[in-house]
Design a protein around this ligand. Sequence first.
Ligand code: FE2
Ligand code: FE2
Length: 376
Amino acid sequence: MLTLFPNYVKKTKQFTVQPDKSEVVSQSSHTGPANVPLITDSSFNEAAETDSHVNNLMQKIVKVWGKHSVVRSRGLDFEEQALIFNPEKNDFLESLLPFAEQEAYYQAPESMKKKILSCGWIIYNEKTLAIETEIVTPACNSIINGRIPGLTSSCFREFASETLVDEAYHSYMVTKANAITRKERNLDVQVPLFTLVKELNAYKNSLSLDWEKDLAQMATAIVSEVFISDYLSLLSTDQNIQPLNTATVEAHMKDELVHGYAFKWLTKTLYKSLSPEQQMFFCKILPKPIRWFASKELDIWGNVLQQIGFKEHKSLIEECRLKSDQDLQKINYSPIIKLASESGIFATQIGIKAFEDEGLISNSSISKMGKMRSKL
Ligand SMILES: [Fe+2]
Ligand SMILES: [Fe+2]
């Protein structure tokens, strides 16, 4: 049986941020994925109380970055991984294909199904790369450059710098993983632009003011950073797929759990620091990336299936499109709803309407959260 990164697992510790005790402690008994730092949900709730609490938490995250980040620990040994590439194993999960239950896919020869799964892994990585480079990196640069209200103190700027380093390493990991997969599977597929990126760019192009563009980028980065751990967790624990792929995703997820919490914390400080006009804008934009994220990316799939010679690619994609272009049910967006509620967005009619318009909440769900409506 293959052992993944034996030294990596032994040399690194797990860390838990415990804000109530104002310290970071190593944890040896946690039962989750190996080496994944934990930050409890209760710490997130506590962070909602004051700006200084958020600042304290951010300072702790910044302080322990050198110990918990993948790039500052051993990282991944891709040469070692390439040696243990197992051609018999599938590269991706069938359940993550948007057409797994369609007849044309079901009837395809096993060799074609295997090739499609390898394409699924390549697309998955390319989407991760797009999130890193087109969504999160520009948002971090805006924080570092002091352009985001409320996030101009040194701890936020330092956090954004560290996150940039993490994301650059994640870009390296997925690029390297895809290069190995393309070589091992002899697959030279090109992946077009993703919906998430196209929609954000189109939305930003419709805006005239720089602060609007910065906030649109920030909102999309916040949603992406909150979602990405779930997105990665789909693959990180599956023992039946290619070990290289599981290892790549697991290492990435380790960093993203921290990013996810930190981006939720900084959202509260950001929102409070905006002018009423900017708050109104932020309320409107925050739910949009949830829909963009839920895209099944059928255009990309149609294009890639054609590249690998899957004859029924047109009818397969059209059948999928008849059901829906998006699959919101596969996305757990409740953390964004909770974040919007705790940030004060649902204390405004505009915030409630923006989430209602995207079909993400109803009046009854707002009542359940016990939030009072008031006008901006
Ligand atoms: Fe990342
Ligand atoms: Fe991240």
